[in-house]
Design a protein. Structure first.
Lengths: 161, 180
């Protein structure tokens, strides 16, 4: 069952929301990995963050509404270490439903960097296997971390409204 | 990049977004009412109006990577017990729900303390004969990932023994429940 609505202009509450967006609009330029920055005017609708001092990275997810009534989803991965590159991905969607689908469809495995340089032509098979296992473990850990945050965020979204 | 403070808000939902979702719910409710009006008389008997039927409550279950699972049902069994993973004491909860459509759902939660180097895990599975083994295996795999995050040497046999213990207790209660 669909529980999130598309924005329509025939609802009083939404019309109030639209004017609120226009009034509180801010300019955003979200720098993206492998794409042009996503520039828009709008307001932030929601944010969730998974920061814990004992984990070397954390995720931040944001939902925005633009002044043109479209939605923007941003997924940011930050590292505590300054040596590692933070990553940002962002997408623009026509509806809130589609914007939330971006969150649930994102595979956090793509965010895991291959931190170790290895020459596969000369490396012993055992070393390659050990690195592969380590990478698989990191992927599994990252996926679960991200999925837990998305679950918490969507549960909070559904509750208490 | 400066790290946020440990006590920063984890989730922020603006009132504007809550309004949008509340509007959508009202629209859905209107739609359901319209469909109900068009249905036959037999189908219009709702479970909560029947004398012998349980009084269903709307239940929302958090689950990882997905929207919460929302349904009309009853919580019929719940077990919580501490589970030691490395130096971290987590809370393991198994809950069984009877749904209004006479199916069963099981919710498995592992609550990890906020300052631990792993996040809590939430899963919901439908209970069917054919899937019984699958959700136990999936949940054990989840627990192993959490355990690994907590830098605990894997000890699947202990985990499985503890899980089996919980499930045996639950199964015996299910049988007793069925007798009534």
């Amino acid at each position: 069952m669909t529980t999130i609505m598309e924005v329509t202009h025939n609802d009083v509450a939404l019309q109030a929301g639209v004017s609120q967006v226009a009034q509180n609009a801010m300019s955003y330029a979200i720098k993206r990995v492998g794409a042009r920055p996503l520039n828009f005017s709008g307001s932030e609708l929601a944010m969730a963050m998974s920061y814990t001092p004992s984990i070397p990275y954390w995720y931040e997810i944001n939902l925005y509404r633009t002044t043109e009534q479209s939605f923007v989803t941003a997924i940011r991965r930050f590292h505590q270490s300054e040596d590692k590159q933070d990553t940002v991905q962002a997408w623009q969607s026509e509806t809130l439903e589609e914007a939330i689908d971006k969150l649930t469809a994102h595979d956090a495995a793509h965010d895991v960097p291959l931190a170790i340089e290895i020459d596969t032509a000369i490396a012993p098979a055992a070393e390659v296997a050990a690195i592969a296992l380590h990478l698989l473990s990191e992927i599994s850990d990252t996926r679960r971390h991200y999925q837990s945050l998305v679950g918490e965020f969507l549960y909070d979204l559904e509750s208490g409204s | 990049m400066a790290s946020p403070a440990a006590l920063d808000t984890n989730v922020m939902i603006s009132q504007e977004l809550r309004n949008i979702i509340a509007c959508r719910r009202r629209q859905n409710a209107t739609c359901i009412q319209t469909c109900s009006d068009q249905s036959t008389a037999a189908l219009q008997i709702r479970p909560e109006l029947s004398v012998n039927a349980p009084r269903w409550a709307q239940i929302k279950l958090r689950r990882d990577a997905e929207r919460p699972f929302v349904f009309d049902g009853l919580n019929i069994l719940q077990f919580s017990r501490p589970m030691q993973l490395g130096d971290v004491e987590c809370l393991h909860t198994v809950s069984l729900y009877l749904c209004a459509d006479q199916t069963f759902q099981i919710a498995l939660n592992l609550d990890v303390p906020h300052d631990a180097p792993a996040r809590s895990s939430y899963r919901v599975f439908p209970i069917r004969n054919m899937t019984l083994n699958k959700w136990i295996v999936d949940w054990c795999a989840d627990l192993c990932v959490v355990a690994q995050s907590l830098r605990r040497p894997l000890n699947q046999s202990t985990d499985l023994r503890e899980m089996q213990d919980v499930f045996h207790q639950m199964t015996s209660y299910c049988f007793r429940f069925e007798k009534f």
